[in-house]
Design a protein around this ligand. Structure first.
Ligand code: SF4
Ligand code: SF4
Length: 369
C-alpha cells in the first residue's frame, strides 16, 4: 500500500490557502483519481458544535476539500454520524451543512437505511451512502481521545456507523485494547481512500470534546490510515506505538509492516513536534490478573480514571444519558441538573464526557463518592 504522508504548515483557516495546500498534499500523496467519481467526504462531527470549540473538522477545511474535488469533476456528498444521532440530523452549528448549501455538495443523513457488513467478529451497520459512492475521503481532527489517547484516521471511520449502534460498540468492546481492535477491524471492512487531518487548530487536554484548542498549524494527508496516525501522534508528542490502533495495525501488518516504511514529505519532523501538547498519560492495557482483582475488590476500580460529574456546570440536557451504552447514569430523582453515576455499571468508555458540551463531566480519579 502507498505509505506516503505529507505534512504542510498552515496557520489559519483561509479558504484559498487551505485549498492550495490540499491540492499539493493530494498530489504528493497520490490521492485517488476524482474525475467523474461520486465521493463521500466524512468530517469528524463528534458533536454539532461551534468551530471555535475545535471538536469538529473546521468548515473551511471541509469546504476546501469539496471545492478541490469538484474542480476535478467529482460529485461530492458530505455526512457524519455524531455521538447522539437522531434522524434528520444536519450539522448546522459546525457550519458544515451551510458549506454544503454554498458549494452544491449533497448533505447525507447516515441514519437512513444503513446496511449490514461483516467484521472479523460479528456484524455492524454502515451508512448506505458508503455503498453508493466510488470513494470516501475522511477528514479527522487533530485531538486527544480518552479511550485511545489520540484520535485520527483510524478512529474517524467509526462515524460511518450510524446512530446508537456506535454507543453499543463501546459496551461490546469495553476496554482500550478491545475497542482499538474493533476500530482496526472496522477499517479492514470499510477503509476510506484518502485522509486529510485538520490540525490547523487542534485540541489538547481532555479530548475529544472537552479539551482546549491549540494552534498546531498542520494539515496532514495520506491514503494510509496508520501512516497518517503515526505521523500525527508523533507531532502531538506521543510515542506512536503507545497508541493502540497504531500498534495493532502494525502488528497485523495491515497498511504498514514497519514504521520505517513511511515516506514522509514535509518540514523536518523534529521541528514540528509539540512537546508542550497536553497529552493523556499512557497507562497501558491491564493484564488479566488486575482485571480479576478489580472485579473482586471494588476499591481498586476507584483507582481508575472515571467520569466525575460537575453538578454546578450541568444543564440537565441529558445528552450523556442518551449516549451511555451501559445505562450507568441517570438524573437525580430530586436534585435538579444532577447526574448520578452507577459506578458498578460504568464501563469507562467516556462517551458521556465526549458529548457533554458544558464541561460537566471530567475524566479523572476520584476515591470517594
Ligand atoms: S453532564 Fe453534561 S451532558 Fe450530562 S446532563 Fe449535564 S450538561 Fe448534559
Ligand atoms: S457513565 Fe460514561 S463512561 Fe460510564 S459507561 Fe456511561 S457513558 Fe461510558
Amino acid at each position: 500500500m502507498n505509505t506516503k504522508v505529507a505534512v504542510r504548515k498552515c496557520r489559519k483557516y483561509d479558504l484559498h490557502e487551505v485549498f492550495n495546500l490540499i491540492s499539493e498534499i493530494y498530489k504528493v500523496c497520490e490521492g485517488p483519481e476524482a474525475s467523474g467519481k461520486k465521493i463521500l467526504i466524512k468530517p469528524n462531527i463528534l458533536i454539532d458544535s461551534n468551530p471555535s470549540k475545535c471538536i469538529s473538522t473546521h468548515p473551511v477545511v471541509v469546504e476546501a476539500m469539496i471545492r478541490y474535488l469538484q474542480s476535478k469533476g467529482a460529485a461530492v456528498f458530505v455526512g457524519d454520524s455524531p455521538a447522539v444521532h437522531l434522524r434528520g440530523f444536519k450539522s448546522e452549528k459546525s457550519g458544515i451543512y451551510q458549506v454544503c448549501q454554498k458549494t452544491g455538495a449533497t448533505w447525507v443523513d447516515f441514519a437512513i437505511d444503513p446496511y449490514e457488513t461483516t467484521l472479523k467478529k460479528g456484524k455492524i451497520k454502515i451508512a448506505s451512502i458508503v455503498r453508493e459512492v466510488d470513494l470516501i475521503i475522511s477528514l479527522p481532527k487533530f485531538k486527544n481521545h480518552g479511550l485511545v489517547y489520540f484520535t485520527g484516521a483510524i478512529k474517524n471511520t467509526l462515524g460511518l456507523v450510524p446512530g446508537f449502534t456506535k454507543a453499543k460498540q463501546h459496551a461490546l468492546h469495553y476496554d482500550r485494547q478491545r475497542f482499538s481492535t474493533f476500530l482496526v477491524d472496522l477499517n479492514e471492512a470499510v477503509l476510506p481512500h484518502f485522509f486529510l487531518m485538520d490540525g490547523i487548530i487542534g485540541m489538547e487536554g481532555p479530548g475529544p470534546a472537552q479539551g482546549i484548542p491549540i494552534n498546531t498549524e498542520v494539515l496532514i494527508g495520506s491514503t494510509n490510515p496508520v501512516a497518517m496516525d503515526i505521523i500525527a501522534s508523533t507531532i502531538a508528542g506521543y510515542k506512536p506505538m503507545d497508541i493502540p490502533p497504531n500498534s495493532i495495525s502494525i502488528s497485523r501488518g495491515l497498511w504498514l509492516k514497519d514504521i520505517n516504511e513511511i515516506i514522509y514529505d514535509g518540514p523536518e519532523l523534529q521541528t514540528i513536534i509539540r512537546a508542550d501538547f497536553k497529552r493523556y498519560p499512557i497507562t497501558g492495557n491491564e493484564n488479566i490478573v488486575i482485571k480479576f482483582l478489580k472485579d473482586k475488590l471494588p476499591i481498586l476500580k476507584k483507582l481508575e480514571r472515571r467520569p466525575v460529574f460537575i453538578h454546578k456546570n450541568c444543564t440537565g440536557c441529558m445528552e450523556c444519558i442518551k449516549v451511555c451504552p451501559a445505562n450507568a447514569i441517570a438524573m437525580h430523582h430530586e436534585k435538579e441538573n444532577w447526574v448520578v453515576l452507577n459506578d458498578k455499571k460504568c464501563i469507562r468508555c467516556f462517551g458521556c464526557s465526549e458529548v457533554c458540551q458544558n464541561n460537566a463531566v471530567e475524566v479523572r480519579r476520584k476515591f470517594f463518592g
